[in-house]
Unconditional design. Structure first.
Lengths: 335, 413
């Protein structure tokens, strides 16, 4: 699959991709936030963008570098809880806490990633499952262990009301930053190094690619943006509990979206998020069956694994020249 | 050309999103009375809380069916049918929150009936407040749910009051010489705000009356546990007179089974609001005898309203007897729909104000009336029960409602 991505060498203009991202952002930001008739569109937009941010962030480490993390809920929860705590305790505007939450998760990812990213294949994946679950249990029980009220344990943190319009604009902004970051990484030397690691870590190392450093950096960037998604969730939902924020199901969802949408592509995670967030939401509405969308998504996953490793983005690439732009391959870059 | 293709495709994706979530025009508050009102609820119909979720569903649906069969609600002289739908939240709090948001923004629901379990209800109440949608529920008793709340109403009295009721009963037994002073209490509580408030209520009582209550052991436990023997062995080592637990039904069954297997004994044994549930009695059999509970409703309570309710339940063939789950959901539905009729409008603010300002008489809850406090939570008294060896139970507290004398201390087996 990586070879196919490498070979499909067209549509090199990263500026064009950024323009598309900005166009999307302008359209989304133009949705009236105060009019009741658009409330549902705002709700679905948040759902899709929130998933797209997480999926795009995961794609940096999982899609580009090929290191499959099943523990990203740890970073999502870290971001949410850092924002929740700063907001509740120090009354800091939740959107101002995004960088702090992101940095906290990035730091955590470096501490976790430095040793675990030395592991290869399934061993790294298994290690990240452990990290995710350990983090959930830590947050659930830290109050009992220390005797201090820090995370409110399983009870969760109940947060004040917050302007949903601000959250909408912030979500669009974070989406733009994540998309531009993933485009720039993918087209730059950093991305080339990550794809080299993905294809053959030993060969990359022999060629002088600083594999350990690049992986840890990719993991940290991925964690940063995942935490930003957590912060946005805190500002919008105003209630955090460890089971929801650190749950293993969240880690699985984050993996599934890029896989179904198009692993290693820029737009694949967005397609995955659109399917996972928007389409699933509407299917469950129509059928009143919360499990049918999961079944459909599972079938899609099987089809992707069997027939189209580049997921929805790959299908679009096969279908038309316009669609091919969405599976834009990494630009050939000379290191 | 390339840029144009990308832009066209991106906008196409956006249009798909927009089409998916289009939704019709919003149901802005209006004094005009529509032909139908839209009411929605999300319940745990599958997953860990499917059993109580099913009880809630039965109560809501039965109430709505009775209203619609009678022609609908009388709103300002006009008969209005109820368009009521329930969706499954899979016993997941985040899903529940998302569903309630969808009910208001997509289904244009006018009013909301509540779900079940503390975490889910907390999410739901947040959504109700964010979207200014009147919400009446009976699936969460933790006071923390109703902090900074305006639009949600909960029919269940607080968990701290539950602890306080049990301590008041214990005091009465101490005065009768049936329990020692001070009573050494071991507390185990589920790791949730429900459990924390249960412990808090006991600690508050012990602090206020150290001559009567001493907490010698307290520990949290995770929900849906499979092995409580380690916890129970520590309880045994504490040599307490009373073992007071706050647990959900499933956890109570698991813990009480292991409690009996380990041969533990206490003069006073409670699982908070759990004990007389049919599911527990069926599974625990003699191991469930003499367990004491404080609950929000019991079908043995006297009064015409209670009898009518339990008869209705039996006639509907839903269950042999309704528990507090069904009773709470019934009361939530009764209050919401009665408020709409009383307000004579579907205007959300007016219905909200009517719910808040009215004393809801003819209640099947203890005291016969429900009045919401400033936080939106009701404050009715609890009724206490004790399981009896024949698989049944009796009311033991308050004295005015008692149907038999409590067996205290619990006999050793």
């Amino acid at each position: 699959m990586t070879e196919r991505l490498r070979r499909m060498d067209w549509a090199h203009d990263r500026g064009a991709q950024i323009v598309v991202v900005l166009l999307v952002a302008v359209v989304l930001a133009a949705i009236p936030t105060n009019e009741r008739q658009y409330a549902n569109l705002i709700r679905i937009t948040f759902l899709v963008l929130w998933y797209a941010i997480m999926a795009g962030a995961w794609n940096i480490i999982g899609g580009y570098a090929g290191q499959v993390s099943f523990g990203h809920a740890a970073f999502l929860g870290t971001g949410a809880y850092v924002t929740g705590t700063l907001w509740q305790t120090f009354h800091i505007d939740p959107l101002l806490t995004l960088p702090i939450a992101g940095l906290a998760a990035a730091l955590y990812s470096v501490i976790v990633g430095a040793p675990t990213l030395r592991l290869r294949g399934p061993y790294f994946a298994i290690a990240t499952i452990g990290v995710g679950e350990a983090t959930r249990l830590f947050v659930s029980n830290i109050d009992d262990i220390t005797g201090q009220v820090i995370t409110h344990g399983v009870t969760g943190i109940s947060l004040p009301n917050y302007d949903p319009a601000k959250v909408h604009y912030a979500t669009v902004a974070v989406f733009v930053v994540v998309m531009i970051t993933t485009i720039l990484i993918r087209e730059g030397r950093f991305g080339l190094g990550l794809f080299a690691i993905n294809m053959d870590r030993d060969a990359a190392e022999t060629s002088g690619v600083p594999t350990a450093r690049l992986q840890v950096l990719a993991f940290a960037i991925s964690a940063f943006f995942t935490a930003c998604a957590g912060s946005l969730y805190a500002a919008r939902q105003q209630f955090l509990d460890p089971t929801t924020m650190f749950g293993f199901d969240k880690s699985i969802q984050v993996v599934l979206m890029p896989v179904v949408g198009g692993l290693g592509t820029v737009w694949g995670p967005v397609f995955g998020a659109l399917l996972f967030g928007g389409v699933q939401d509407q299917i469950s509405s129509l059928t009143r069956n919360p499990y049918l969308p999961q079944l459909i998504y599972g079938l899609l996953l099987v089809l992707v694994v069997l027939f189209e490793p580049l997921g929805v983005a790959g299908l679009l690439g096969r279908a038309s020249s316009a669609g091919r732009a969405f599976v834009r391959p990494r630009r050939e870059t000379t290191v | 050309m390339r840029i144009r293709s990308l832009a066209v495709a991106a906008l196409a994706a956006l249009l798909v999103t927009a089409a998916c979530g289009g939704g019709g025009p919003g149901a802005a508050p209006t004094s005009n009375v529509p032909d139908t009102i839209i009411v929605r609820a999300a319940l745990p119909l599958t997953g860990a809380d499917a059993t109580p979720g099913g009880f809630f569903k039965n109560a809501y649906e039965l109430y709505v069916k009775r209203v619609n069969d009678a022609g609908g609600l009388n709103v300002g002289g006009k008969k209005v049918k109820i368009d009521f739908k329930i969706e499954d939240n899979k016993s997941d709090a985040q899903t529940s929150g998302q569903l309630y948001e969808k009910f208001v923004t997509q289904d244009n629901a006018d009013f909301l009936l509540g779900g079940y379990n503390t975490t889910s209800v907390t999410q739901e109440v947040k959504v109700a407040n964010r979207l200014s949608a009147p919400y009446v529920g009976s699936g969460g008793a933790s006071s923390s749910i109703y902090v900074d709340n305006k639009w949600a109403f909960g029919t269940l009295a607080s968990i701290q009051k539950l602890s306080g009721t049990q301590l008041a009963f214990i005091k009465d037994q101490q005065d009768a010489g049936k329990l020692p002073k001070p009573l050494k209490i071991a507390v185990a509580y589920e790791n949730s705000s429900h459990g924390n408030e249960f412990l808090q209520g006991i600690n508050d009582g012990a602090k206020a009356s150290p001559d009567r209550y001493t907490v010698v052991f307290s520990s949290a436990f995770d929900l849906s546990g499979k092995d409580y023997t380690s916890l129970l062995n520590r309880v045994k080592d504490a040599a307490a007179d009373a073992f007071m637990v706050d647990a959900r039904v499933g956890d109570m069954i698991t813990m009480q089974t292991q409690y009996a297997q380990l041969g533990l004994y206490h003069k006073y044994l409670t699982y908070g609001p759990r004990g007389p549930e049919q599911q527990a009695r069926d599974q625990l059999k003699a191991q469930g005898d003499y367990i004491i509970a404080a609950t929000w409703f019991d079908g043995l309570m006297p009064g015409d309203n209670v009898k009518k309710f339990t008869d209705l339940w039996t006639a509907a063939g839903l269950k042999s007897s309704a528990s507090w789950f069904e009773a709470g959901a019934w009361e939530a539905a009764r209050i919401l729909f009665s408020a709409i009729e009383k307000a004579g409008t579907v205007d959300k603010q007016k219905v909200h104000d009517t719910i808040m300002s009215t004393t809801w008489d003819n209640s099947i809850f203890p005291g016969g009336a429900i009045k919401f406090g400033t936080t939106g939570q009701a404050d009715n008294d609890y009724v206490m029960t004790q399981n009896t060896p024949n698989g049944a139970h009796i009311l033991i507290w308050p004295k005015t409602l008692a149907t038999g004398a409590a067996t205290i201390p619990i006999p050793k087996k």
